[in-house]
Design a protein around this ligand. Sequence first.
Ligand code: DER
Length: 223
Amino acid sequence: MNFKKIAGIEAAKYVKDGMIVGLGTGSTAKYMVDEIGRRVKEEGLTITGVTTSNETERQAKSLNIPLKSIDEVPYVDLTIDGADEISADFQGIKGGGAALLFEKIVATYSKKCIWIVDDSKMVEKLGKFPLPIEVIPYGSQQLMHLFEEKGYQPTLRLDDEGKTLITDGGHNIIDLHLNEIDNPVEFGHYLDQLVGVVEHGLFLNTVSLVIVGNQDGPQTIKV
Ligand code: DER
């Protein structure tokens, strides 16, 4: 039983005709996009998709889902995306798939956000999952030194070929190994003011519905 697939298919039921839908990125979101594509083909579902990565754009185009960029729509009705960690108070870490910047942009202009996960993502406190920080390449080593001095055990994210990863936005990602983040809001503010940090993977006060796939089927949690 694929719990990510269960969550992805369930989330696609929330998509209605005429909606502008943010299409997330990652292995769970892939199932959701596939299901929306199926509904477009078999049910004639009419939506406008706004993608959060080149990867999702390619998938959506292959499924003939009509697309517009975030700058071509007045707002997004509903964004459905995965997450790497969701805390007991529904704060999230995202960016494991290196898509956090465009995901956060699309989420910011969305009326509603749904996160789709399997239950391995549900945690008490954030931080076991390395926190992705999207940084400008120029000065990234200085940020690495800064984070090392802070004891955050930073690593520069590499791509599948072992080269420094370049995000869709043309930036690098530094992953911080914090183990536990006591105050995500405060830590997010600290990161926001660092020169060279473009965005971070703390998604705070973002989600309104979480769908968890498990052996009993989809569990829907209203935030
Ligand atoms: O990069 C992201 O934030 C993606 O949403 C991703 O990390 C979600 O994880 P998944 O591939 O397990 O769905």
